[in-house]
Design a protein. Structure first.
Length: 160
């Protein structure tokens, strides 16, 4: 079985619903993190990391919208709102700092007139945790998970 990521709220290749769009920077979305679920987990998985990345941001390095590390190996889903302070994250999970400057989910907010891709990924790791905290950047989270990755499943949506 292939490692897959699905959502009740997002459809791969489709437009992100307004509920999950950022509230600020000219947008009035609800900034609610979407439901995510995964299956076909690689053998030997000891934890997961969730990342949401916009490769189209005009920064030269993309934009990190959400980073959740140290999800236990038995986790197979996150409910809608888990990254928005509405509950549902396991106690040992760590939300790291996004490019909005703080930990937690930050929805789509492309420059007016642009269409961007938002890559929601779940990474299976061969360690129970990586050493990151709420101040770790997306680059630091990515560096740490890179050396422990067993596989990745991605779902991509767009917004303009």
């Amino acid at each position: 079985m292939a490692f897959t990521l699905i959502s009740h709220d997002l459809k791969d290749g489709q437009k992100m619903p307004e509920r999950h769009v950022f509230n600020g920077m000219g947008y009035s979305g609800e900034n609610i993190s979407p439901h995510l679920a995964w299956d076909g987990v690689p053998a030997g998985t000891k934890s997961f990391v969730i990342t949401v990345y916009d490769p189209d941001a005009p920064t030269g390095s993309g934009w990190w919208h959400w980073l959740v590390a140290n999800l236990p190996a038995d986790t197979r889903s996150l409910p809608q709102g888990a990254g928005s302070g509405l509950g549902g994250l396991p106690t040992q999970a760590v939300q790291a700092r996004t490019d909005f400057g703080k930990a937690g989910y930050g929805g789509a907010a492309p420059p007016q007139g642009d269409t961007h891709r938002y890559q929601f990924s779940v990474h299976a790791l061969d360690v129970e945790s990586i050493e990151v905290d709420e101040n770790a950047s997306g680059a630091v989270v990515g560096f740490n998970l890179h050396f422990h990755s067993l596989g990745k499943a991605t779902l991509t949506v767009t917004y303009s």
